[in-house]
Design a protein around this ligand. Structure first.
Ligand SMILES: [Zn+2]
Length: 200
């Protein structure tokens, strides 16, 4: 089932994800729904905060990236990308590997119409658990590493606009204000003013 994607201005996008302790059917269903939602929205990644849950969980699918952008190894091996995608990462922690940074244009499903250049470390190592709780180490460079960092940021309540330069923020200002207004409107509709008096 596809889920509603939360938009900039909704408070959950600023919440730090809770560690996941139970690797049960509910978690597997949530990850499956997130993958379905990511695909329906043509995304390469989706974090729990983006479907309204503050959890240390995100999904990625970078199998459509050109092979030259797919520099990675998983637990010391390089399985074919189609075997490991889509991937759900639980309780992920990101370690930046020493080396250079790279700048690339990013978008985000929670920010329709907003794009901007983001500079990030080129290579990272991610420790995470799969949906059965088994621990893994994923090392990635380039675009794959960029996607992992963008999604990990979401689980920490950090958004890609936090990495924008002040000039880029000014360029996006109108769009960001529109999104914030829409989020406020939605919140108002979801909590009618006199709901506490009803049934009294
Ligand atoms: Zn995003």
């Amino acid at each position: 089932m596809t889920l509603r994607v939360t938009r900039y201005g909704e408070p959950v996008l600023r919440q730090t994800g809770k560690r996941i302790e139970r690797f049960d059917d509910e978690l597997k269903q949530l990850a499956a729904d997130m993958i379905e939602t990511m695909r329906a929205e043509d995304g390469v990644g989706l974090a729990a905060q983006q479907i309204g849950r503050a959890l240390l969980l995100f999904v990625v699918d970078v199998s459509m990236l050109p092979p030259e952008d797919l520099d990675y190894d998983l637990d010391g091996k390089r399985p074919p990308i189609e075997l490991i995608m889509p991937m759900a990462l639980v309780n992920a922690q990101v370690k930046i590997l020493p080396g250079r940074t790279a700048t690339g244009e990013e978008g985000c499903l929670s920010f329709p119409g907003v794009r901007g250049d983001v500079t990030r470390p080129l290579s990272v190592e991610v420790s995470y658990q799969d949906l059965d709780g088994a621990p893994h180490h994923l090392r990635a460079s380039g675009w794959f590493a960029r996607v992992l960092q963008h999604e990990f940021d979401h689980t920490q309540g950090v958004l890609f606009i936090d990495h924008f330069s002040s000039r880029q923020l000014r360029n996006a200002e109108t769009k960001l204000k529109q999104l914030k207004r829409a989020a406020r409107q939605r919140q108002k509709e979801e909590t009618p003013e006199n709901s506490s008096e009803q049934g009294a």
